[in-house]
Design a protein around this ligand. Structure first.
Ligand code: OOG
Ligand code: MG
Length: 259
């Protein structure tokens, strides 16, 4: 047992459920990445014990824009559950969130069971589809201020996500345009090249990181490759992502906790 990890899990879980940020910049001095990934796993295990189902993994800080915005320089992995998934056109309840931001992403669909701890696992060969995606992030730390261990412990700020229609992998161009729209206005734009030079590279990074962390991807899992642009503040209304070659997807952000 690790009392620090237990405290991190307890406080972050409560912050998320109450939508009240933690002022923990000075707490847990020396918290390291290993403890942070254990805290992340334990928090998601709590959600699973309450009935949630794990549906995939997400990568964070796979673009320069994101690393610069948040002041970090390492790719990280988080866990996705069915409670975070919002159907296309569905509602993201702003009342459950602290200070949400939205990111334009692409998602991959994993077709067969993958054990990332197996050496030389060819994750890319297990991918059967790619889709436009939106991710809502909501740091449980006040002011979205954190270091790498804290954002990892906080399950990489994961809150909600929406995935559009799957296309075959070759529909994804090397420099496909990515646009984020909010209530009919384009609020961010970039290209898929911003994601590690090519979003497919995120799969190689995921294979090595996931191997060290002992992660698996059952058939049907979703992988979010990380934002192509900076994250933008999420306000009420229709939020849409358009990815050249893949089409678009959207959700509606609504005030109130009942959706
Ligand atoms: C961490 C989440 C980063 C991405 O796509 O890069 C992420 C954060 O910025 O709070 O999801
Ligand atoms: Mg993201």
């Amino acid at each position: 047992m690790d009392a620090v990890v237990d405290d991190v899990v307890e406080r972050l879980d409560e912050a998320r459920l109450r939508a009240r940020p933690l002022r923990a910049e000075s707490d847990w001095p020396g918290l390291d990445l290993d403890q942070a990934y254990r805290a992340q796993a334990a928090q998601v295990a709590r959600c699973v014990a309450r009935g949630d189902v794990e549906v995939g993994l997400k990568l964070g800080f796979t673009s320069e824009a994101k690393m610069r915005q948040m002041g970090v320089d390492e790719v990280i992995v988080g866990r996705l559950t069915d409670a975070m998934q919002v159907a296309e056109g569905g509602v993201v309840p702003l009342g459950e969130l602290i200070h949400p931001r939205v990111e334009p992403e692409v998602a991959f669909l994993i077709a067969s069971d993958v054990d990332l701890t197996e050496p030389d696992v060819a994750l890319i060969e297990c991918v059967s589809g790619v889709a436009p995606a939106l991710e809502v992030i909501d740091s449980r730390f006040s002011g979205f201020r954190f270091d790498l261990p804290r954002v990892v412990a906080d399950n990489t700020s994961a809150a909600f996500f929406t995935v559009g229609r799957w296309s075959p992998l070759d529909a994804l161009g090397h420099r496909a345009g990515v646009e984020l729209w909010s209530n009919g206005a384009r609020v961010a734009e970039g290209t898929t090249e911003a994601i590690l030079g090519d979003p497919l590279r995120t799969l190689t990074r995921l294979a090595s990181l996931g191997g060290r962390l002992g992660l698996r991807l059952p058939a049907g899992s979703i992988v979010l490759a990380g934002a192509a642009t900076e994250a933008m503040p999420l306000a009420a209304g229709k939020i849409e992502v358009k990815v050249e070659g893949l089409g678009e997807t959207w959700f509606e952000a609504k005030d109130g906790t009942d959706g």
